[in-house]
Design a protein around this ligand. Structure first.
Ligand SMILES: Nc1ncnc2c1ncn2[C@@H]1O[C@H](COP(=O)(O)OP(=O)(O)OP(=O)(O)O)[C@@H](O)[C@H]1O
Length: 227
C-alpha cells in the first residue's frame, strides 16, 4: 500500500481580496522504502505540500491519505494525535529544546504522549547510537555542532516509529560536508525499514545523488510522472 496518496490537491490562501493558489491540482503517490526529494522554484508549493502530508495544513479540495489514514476527515484533535504519533518532523533549524539534553530531546515525543521521559531513556539512547551520537547523550543543544543537532532531531523523529518522516530543508543550515552526511543518514533511515518513507523538501543540489526519486513541484502541480 502506498504511504502517500494525494489526488488533485488544491490549497488556496485568502490574502485580503486576493486568493493565492499554493497548490493547483497536485497528485502524487509514494511507496515506502524510499528517500524522496521535493524540489522546484521558490513559491512553487513545496512546503505547502509537505504541510498537508503532515496534517499541519488541510487542502481546500482534493484527497490525501497518509499511512492508510484519510487526513481530510480528521478533527483537530485527531490531526494532532496523527502528527504526534504517525509522522516524524525534521526542520531546517532543528527545533530542539535548549534546556533539555540530547536524550531528553529524543524522548520528548513520549512525554507528549503521557509516557514518562525516564522510561523512554533506553530507546532514546539507542536512537542516538543509531545516528552516531552514542557519546553525546547528556549534551545540551548548545554543546553540539549543527550536524549533531540535526542528528538529534532525526533520532527524535524516529522515537514513535513513524512510517513517514517529513524533512523541510534539513541541510539548509549546514555546511556542504555536514549536509551530505545528514542526507546519507536520511537515506539509511529510509531504507532501514521496508515501508518507511522519507519525504524531504530541499534546495540542496546534492540531494539527487542520494535520493531514490526526485519530485518537481512547479506552479502548484507535480511535474511529469506522478505514480
Ligand atoms: N500561510 C500562507 N498565507 C498566504 N500565502 C501563503 C501561505 N503559505 C504559503 N503561501 C503562498 O503559497 C505559495 C507557495 O508557498 P510554499 O511555501 O509552499 O512554496 P515553496 O515552494 O515551499 O517555496 P520556497 O522554496 O521559497 O520555500 C507562495 O506563493 C506563498 O506565498
Amino acid at each position: 500500500m502506498a504511504v502517500v496518496e494525494a489526488s488533485n490537491l488544491v490549497r488556496e490562501y485568502r490574502m485580503g481580496t486576493e486568493t493565492v493558489r499554493a497548490l493547483d491540482g497536485a497528485s502524487l503517490t509514494l511507496e515506502g522504502g524510499q528517500f524522496v526529494a521535493v524540489v522546484g522554484p521558490s513559491g512553487a508549493g513545496k512546503s505547502t505540500l509537505l504541510h498537508i502530508v503532515g496534517a499541519l495544513d488541510t487542502p481546500t479540495s482534493g484527497s490525501i491519505r497518509v499511512d492508510g489514514t484519510d487526513l481530510s476527515g480528521l478533527t483537530d484533535d485527531e490531526a494532532s494525535q496523527f502528527r504526534r504519533t504517525r509522522v516524524g518532523f525534521i526542520f531546517q533549524f532543528f527545533n530542539l529544546v535548549p534546556t533539555l539534553t540530547a536524550w531528553e530531546n529524543v524522548a520528548l515525543p513520549m512525554l507528549l504522549d503521557s509516557k514518562s521521559l525516564r522510561k523512554a531513556r533506553p530507546r532514546a539512547v539507542e536512537l542516538l547510537e543509531r545516528v552516531g551520537l552514542g557519546d553525546r547523550v547528556a549534551h545540551r543543544p548548545a554543546e553540539l555542532s549543527g550536524g549533531q543537532m540535526q542528528r538529534v532531531a532525526i533520532a527524535r523523529s524516529l522515537m514513535m516509529e513513524p512510517k513517514i518522516l517529513l524533512a523541510d530543508e534539513p541541510t539548509g543550515n549546514l555546511d556542504s560536508k555536514t549536509g551530505a552526511d545528514v542526507l546519507e543518514l536520511l537515506a539509511e533511515v529510509a531504507h532501514d525499514e521496508p515501508d518507511r518513507l522519507v519525504l524531504m523538501v530541499t534546495h540542496d543540489g546534492g540531494a539527487a545523488q542520494v535520493c531514490d526519486r526526485v519530485v518537481t513541484v512547479r506552479d502548484g502541480r507535480i511535474d511529469g510522472r506522478h505514480d
